[in-house]
Each structure stands twice: as C-alpha cells, then as structure tokens.
Design a protein around this ligand. Structure first.
Ligand code: C2E
Ligand code: CA
Ligand code: CA
Length: 523
C-alpha cells in the first residue's frame, strides 16, 4: 500500500470512528441535559407551590393576630382566655395564642401563666411587621419546636411545617428559608444546600441532589430530589434520542466510506492529480539520422504522485481518455513544455518539441486554441511545436481533417503516431494533410533480426515516401536497427540507443553536448 492510500485510509477510519462516536455521545449528553432540565422544571413548580402555601398561611396568621389584638375582654380573665382559645381553634395553623404584659407572657389560650415567661428574642421581622421567633417549645406538647409570630400584645404558635405544607412524593424534599434562616423543612432536604443558598443559581445539581428554587420577597423555597431520580428520565429520553444519534452516526459512517472509496478509486486519484497539477514532462531526444544532430524531442507525460513515485503514461492515459481527464492533462503538458523549454526554444530555432494529442483533442480542435494562447508572448514559433496524432484520432475522418488543416495553417507540423498499429486505411491516409509518419516500435524491433529485415517496415517507409511524409522511427535500441533505418532513408529516430526520455534539465544538457559534438554549419 503506498503512503497516500495509507493516509486516506487512516484519515477515513478516524473520521468514521468520530462519525460513529460523536452523534452517540451528543445524543447521550442531550438525553442527560434534557432529563435534568425536565426534573428541575418539576421541582421549580413544587417550590412555587410551597411559596404559595407560605403566603396563605401568613395571611391566616396575620388575620388571627389582628383579631386577637381587637379583643375587648379584661386581660387574662376567663372570658379573655376563652376568646383567645376560640380564635385559636378557628385558625387552622395556629396551636396556641399568648398575651403579653410588661414584656412578659402572662397568659395564653390555655389559661393564666403562674410564672410569667420572658418571650424568646425574634429571629427576624417579616415585611409586614410580624416578629418571628424560631424553636419555641409550647406548654402543651413541648417536643415539637414551634414558630412564634408576634404583633402588638399577642403572639401565636404555629408548626413550621404549615408554612410549606404541600403534597409531595416521598423522595422529594422542600426547604423554606427567610432572612438566611431555615424556617421549615419537608422530608429532610440536603443540609449543605441550606448553608449555600445565598449564592445558588435558580436550578442546579449538587453531589447528591438536583434542585430548583423559587423566591418571593424575603422567602425562598427549594425543592430537591436525589440524583438517582434523573436516571429514569434519562433512560426514557435515551430510548428516543440514541436511535436518532445512531441513525446520524450510520449516515456519517456511510458517507465517509463512500467518499474514501471514491477518493481511493483510480479515477478519484487521477482527478485529484489533475487538480493538484501532479503532471510533469520528460523529453526524449529526436535525432537526425543523417548527421546525428538532435532536432528536438518528444514530450512524454509523467505523473509524479505525492510520495514522489513516477507513474508512466501507459498506466493512466487510457483511464484519462475514457473519463475526459486527458484534456486538462494535455493542457498541463503544454504549459509544462513552455515552462521548461521556453528559453531554449527561443535561443535555438532548429529545435522542436512534439506533443502527443489524444483522439478527443484531434476531434474537437480545442487543443489548438490552448496552444495558441499558451505560446502568446513566449517567442516560441508554432513551427517548433509538432503534434502527434494516433490513428484512433482519425476515426471521425472529417473532424480530424479539419483540425489537422487548422494546425498546419497555424504553422504546426503534424505527425501520425503508431502508424500501422491501428485502423487507418491507406485510402483516407492519403487525403490527410500530414507532415510526418512515426514508425511504431513494433516495426523497428524486427530490424534487429540478424537475418532478414522486416518486409512490413520497408513497406511502411515506402508508403511515407510515396505520400511525401518525413519519417521518424521510434524505439530504436540498437546500432543495427539504426543502420538499417538509415539505409532505407528514414530521416529521424528516437530510442534508447540515443537517449531515454529525460527530465528538462538533463535534456538541455543533452542538447548542449550534442551541439558541441555536431556544431551547426557556420553562417
Ligand atoms: P508513444 O507516443 O509511442 O511514445 C513512445 C513510448 O516509447 C514512450 O513511452 C517512450 O518512453 C518509449 N520509448 C522510447 N524509446 C524507447 C526504446 O528505445 N525502447 C523502449 N522499450 N521504449 C522506448 P512512454 O513515455 O511510457 O509513453 C507511452 C505512451 O503514452 C506514448 O506512446 C503515448 O502514446 C502516451 N503518451 C505519453 N505522453 C503523452 C501525452 O502527453 N499525451 C497523450 N495523449 N499521450 C501521451
Ligand atoms: Ca508519440
Ligand atoms: Ca508510438
């Protein structure tokens, strides 16, 4: 596996894992935060109900105290005590009423105090002026601490629970405070909550509980439930949200798999290579057989992959032709040639570069405009750019004829490539306005045979001569082949005997060395 494939697979796997995990984690987190929010909403409602209860109980207490203060009977007389008791019985939360004289409790709704009591100091005063003392032990039933509310000469004792007395489930607890003091509790709320109440937000979570609070004036009610309560709500929501998360996860994973497969497909890789301009050009010198002078080169495309490996055209040109990617590749080759050899071509007008055209290029003629545009302002002459067209390009004879005509009108030389290997019929070949014929390597190979030269090769050379075309032999590897080609009048050749295809710099060195060996005739 090459490094690039490995990277794609590694990145895709990572994305797939993220794609699978992230939606699930999000759906679980959502389930959790939703279940917390729902629970807090319910607790807030309970806290509000507790405060309503506080309000109505305080109103009852205020009314009872007003009625007591309005009594006309002689203090602590039988009648006075009886009236007090009647009012106590009438007001539901009140258990006992007391009458003060000279700062001492002298009698209450049960009778006269033999030893008058000094009342407990008030813990706070309510907004409408009632002094409130906490933890008072009544004469009857002293085990249960009471609250005392005092106004004028009277006070009333009230069980603290009556201020927050609402119906709640066993595991829920309520805490009521005023002026920083815990006034009443239902079902044992968490003790630390009461201590930290001042700075608490309206709803939250502690280590053990979930809570929500409501405030009204000086009163604050907090409703709490154990954290374990959240589990049920969480499970319920998770049943709804996790399948949705799993669905999203499956979609994301499928998308990653699909995209990475597309990216890893040969076509996906080739598309990317075109986008990233990963093509470069090697130049194979073309030699004049008569004097050994290098007259130019054939531009042969190479795909340099990200990891530096060079891919030969046979491995991607067929796919590029099928998919239409060959056109942008041809464009990149043209740009490359100009970029690599602009100076050399301007300095030496005898040099030419042959560019391979694909069938589509030949049929549309589009490539001629691309070349014309690219050569603008470079100083390179159109005659220095040869075009090689294979027989496949001539299938649409009419279009090929037009493009070749235009190419020659612009000044290009046009050669037929791989001649003899395709479908071309001699009949229409003679109507194509060509300049040169390239003798395919498969007809050059047999020339190395010790005994006989290949008859077809001679035949092809004859055809070229008859049609008035120059000949270029391809794939010349041995001196024997070169000699036989030369003997038959072939003018140009390229092949490993002279040079392999070279990177631009090496090709320029080759030309320099060739010019030193075969100096051009003076003048
Ligand atoms: P081609 O146009 O027939 O190019 C000649 C091929 O023969 C080149 O292969 C060249 O490296 C190879 N060759 C040259 N001399 C010798 C030799 O002495 N011995 C042997 N064994 N081989 C030799 P390459 O570079 O692999 O190109 C293969 C084919 O890819 C080319 O065949 C051409 O049809 C196509 N091609 C190359 N560049 C382009 C391009 O820019 N555009 C298009 N459309 N096709 C291209
Ligand atoms: Ca060629
Ligand atoms: Ca060829």
């Amino acid at each position: 596996m090459n490094r690039q494939r490995f990277q794609v697979i590694a990145v895709a796997s990572l994305l797939a894992v993220l794609g699978a995990v992230v939606p699930l984690v999000i759906s679980l987190r959502l389930s959790w935060s939703q279940s917390v929010a729902q629970q807090q909403q319910q607790l807030h409602t309970l806290a509000l109900r507790a405060l309503q209860r506080t309000g109505s109980t305080l109103a009852d207490i205020r009314a009872t105290l007003d009625a007591l203060n309005a009594l006309q009977a002689a203090p602590c007389s039988r009648e006075h005590v009886a009236r007090m008791r009647a009012l106590v019985v009438e007001a539901s939360p009140v258990l006992e009423a007391g009458y003060f004289d000279g700062g001492r409790l002298v009698c209450n709704s049960w009778g006269r105090n033999e030893r008058p009591l000094i009342p407990a100091a008030p813990a706070f005063t309510t907004a409408d002026g009632l002094d409130v003392a906490l933890g008072i032990r009544p004469m009857i039933n002293p085990q249960t601490p009471m609250m005392a509310f005092r106004s004028g000469r009277y006070d009333v004792l009230v069980p603290p629970s009556s201020l927050a007395d609402i119906v709640i489930a066993e595991h829920v607890a309520v805490l009521l405070t005023s002026h920083g003091k815990v006034v009443a509790t239902l079902h044992h709320p968490e003790a630390e909550l009461a201590e930290r109440l001042d700075g608490l937000p309206a709803a939250g979570l502690t280590e053990r509980s979930v809570y929500a609070l409501a405030r009204q004036g000086e009163w604050t009610a907090v409703a709490t439930a154990p954290r374990s309560d959240l589990a049920a709500g969480f499970r319920h929501l998770a049943w709804l949200l996790v399948p949705a998360g799993a669905g999203v996860a499956a979609l994301l994973v499928a998308a990653v798999v699909l995209l990475s497969r597309r990216r890893l497909s040969p076509l996906g890789e080739l598309k990317r290579a075109v986008r990233r301009r990963e093509f470069l050009v090697h130049y194979q010198p073309v030699i004049d057989m008569r004097d050994g002078v290098c007259v130019g080169a054939e531009a042969l495309v190479r795909w340099r992959r990200e990891d530096g490996t060079l891919v030969s055209p046979d491995n991607f040109i067929p796919l590029a032709e099928q998919s239409g990617l060959i056109m942008p590749i041809t464009d990149q080759v043209i740009e490359r040639v100009v970029h690599d050899l602009n100076r050399a071509l301007v300095a030496d007008r005898t040099l030419h570069i042959a560019i391979n055209l694909c069938a589509a290029d030949l049929q549309s003629g589009r490539v001629l405009d691309v070349i014309a545009r690219t050569l603008e302002h470079t100083g390179i002459q159109t005659a220095q750019i040869w075009l090689e067209a294979t027989e496949r390009g001539f299938m649409d004879h009419h279009a090929a004829l037009q493009t070749i005509g235009r190419a020659r009108a612009q000044g290009h030389m046009v050669a037929i490539d791989d001649f003899g290997t395709g479908y071309s019929s001699l009949k229409y070949l003679q109507h194509l306005p060509l300049d040169a014929l390239k003798i395919d390597k498969s007809f050059v190979d047999p020339l190395d045979d010790e005994k006989d030269a290949c008859a077809i090769t001679s035949h092809i050379i004859d055809i070229a001569r008859t049609l008035g075309l120059s000949t270029v032999a391809e794939g010349v590897e041995t001196e024997r082949q070169a000699q036989r080609l030369r003997a038959q009048g072939v003018e140009y050749a390229q092949g490993w005997l002279f040079s392999r295809p070279l990177p631009a710099d090496a090709f320029l060195d080759y030309v320099r060395e060739n010019r030193r060996r075969y100096p051009p005739p003076a003048g």
